[in-house]
Design a protein around this ligand. Structure first.
Ligand code: SF4
Length: 202
């Protein structure tokens, strides 16, 4: 079962067996449903805050995860906003957001953490994404604030490998072959293009 909403024909209601008005599932399907529900629930609230006593017990696993998320050599001091130089994955996510598509939680987290990492605050992210306040905007603002609160610690945007796993690595170009992280792509593109006018000053 995919988090991206492509559940496949086997999960369509019309193909399921009904018994006294109840849809039956096998034990293996039940486990898959539960696993996906937990995954969705966690992704919706990313980044999570974890009580310190639980975090301490997970130190080792956390280090491994952090190294896989931040397995890239980027300087974290990008402060220029030039959407035309974004990596293709972020361009695609931004375009979907501007089209008012409801992104899967992990994709929204990816885009927001990327934008926060290049220095945008909540108002700037909402403006760039063309999302107005109320409803969708309020929910997005809450996620942005959580990401920005934590971004000085472990919440770099996911690596290319993670984006590939979630089918968010799309429209790869030549530069993609030289990087393992979207931030490195953007940093290299900025370096190569020299002086660019910041989107906020246009
Ligand atoms: S290779 Fe990396 S930078 Fe390029 S589109 Fe895929 S995830 Fe983005």
């Amino acid at each position: 079962m995919s988090l991206a909403g492509d559940y496949g024909d086997d999960w369509r209601l019309v193909t399921r067996q009904l018994s006294d008005g109840v849809v039956t599932v096998s034990q293996a399907e039940l486990h898959e449903l539960l696993r996906t529900a937990v995954e969705v629930r966690i992704a919706e609230d990313l980044p999570l805050s974890v009580p310190s006593e639980i975090a301490a017990a997970l130190d080792e696993e956390l280090s491994e995860l952090e190294s896989s998320f931040t397995d890239a050599d980027f300087s974290h001091d990008i402060d220029t906003l030039a959407p035309e130089l974004f990596p293709p994955c972020m361009t695609a996510l931004l375009s979907r957001m501007r089209d008012a598509e409801t992104l899967p939680a992990h994709s929204e987290f990816t885009l927001v953490s990327f934008l926060a990492s290049i220095g945008l605050d909540a108002d700037e992210i909402l403006s760039l994404c063309e999302v107005r306040e109320s409803g969708r905007g309020d929910r997005l603002r809450a996620r942005i604030e959580r990401v920005r609160d934590e971004r000085t610690t472990q919440f770099a945007p996911p690596s290319c490998a993670t984006l590939q796993a979630y089918d968010d690595c799309v429209n790869q170009d030549q530069r993609c072959e030289t990087v393992t992280h979207p931030l490195v792509y953007y940093e290299d593109a900025l370096d190569e293009n020299g002086t660019v006018t910041d989107w906020r000053d246009r």
